[in-house]
Design a protein around this ligand. Structure first.
Ligand SMILES: Cc1cc2nc3c(=O)[nH]c(=O)nc-3n(C[C@H](O)[C@H](O)[C@H](O)COP(=O)(O)OP(=O)(O)OC[C@H]3O[C@@H](n4cnc5c(N)ncnc54)[C@H](O)[C@@H]3O)c2cc1C
Length: 221
């Protein structure tokens, strides 16, 4: 892989998501929303690259990745969650088709938030948050990544929905076509979609059935 980095520290963001702060390799550049491949630079792991999305700003002097742990035997995310500061990492050049195209609605499930977290942080820094809404699906409240930060950025344009909870004042349901119909911010705006493949497929189908033009859809192709 093209770049080397060192783990500086890691912190829990939710019960199963950690923020990894790395040294930022010279010469690594990306657009908010793009992914890159990461491998632990150790014999047992070097050939096991996995895609993650930088969530720090390009101008930050560190590189942040926001990583959910899947508790599989020999899983890379499990190993990343236990990695000690000072560990060497390998990073690829960025890739991916989720990049910012203009105002609209971000629609995410779980760690599908990460490309939109990167974009929202960019928009916040540029004082350009108006005209954006986030529809975010999680299993429960404890799974929401950076909830306070998102709420600070978006206010009422943060729409949380939980598949396994029905708290007072919350929407305890999946994002289906009726939900999209009620919550899409602007039918003329872009619709950004990220999450597990079946989620992306069903959201895209729902958006198209609501008359959203295919050119308005931004997702990993
Ligand atoms: C372009 C891109 C960007 C990504 N960015 C991020 C990011 O910023 N943060 C992050 O936490 N993850 C991100 N992911 C997902 C991440 O790459 C996987 O979670 C990781 O590769 C799992 O590696 P593992 O070796 O621990 O688990 P594996 O052994 O590869 O898989 C473990 C188990 O988890 C399931 N699984 C793995 N990934 C997913 C998923 N995305 N959705 C549902 N089930 C899954 C598998 O089916 C399997 O059962 C991204 C994926 C892509 C394609």
């Amino acid at each position: 892989m093209a770049h080397q980095a060192t783990l500086l520290m890691r912190q829990f963001v939710t019960h199963d998501v950690q923020r990894l702060l790395l040294t930022r390799p010279d010469g690594l550049s990306w657009q908010p929303g793009q992914g890159l491949e990461l491998a632990i630079d150790q014999d047992a792991w070097r050939d096991q690259g996995r895609p993650f999305t930088p969530t720090s700003l390009l101008e930050d002097r560190i590189l942040e990745l926001t990583v959910k742990r899947y508790p599989e035997e020999d899983g890379v995310t499990e190993a990343l969650h236990a990695l000690e500061p000072g560990a060497a990492l390998l990073l690829s050049d960025p890739f991916g088709t989720i990049t910012y195209q203009g105002p609209g609605t971000f629609i995410a499930a779980g760690t599908g938030l990460t490309p939109f977290l990167a974009m929202l942080r960019r928009l916040a820094k540029d004082e350009a948050l108006a005209g954006h809404r986030l529809l975010l699906s999680n299993k429960g409240e404890r799974d929401v990544i950076c909830a306070k930060e998102l709420s600070h950025y978006l206010g009422d344009d943060l729409v949380l929905t939980f598949t396994r909870e029905d708290d007072a004042g919350r929407q305890g349901r999946r994002i289906d076509t009726a939900f999209l119909d009620a919550n899409i911010a602007d039918r003329e705006g872009h619709c950004y979609v990220c999450g597990p493949d079946p989620f992306v497929q069903s959201i895209n189908d729902g958006l198209l059935s609501l008359g959203i033009d295919p050119d308005q859809l931004v997702y990993e192709r």
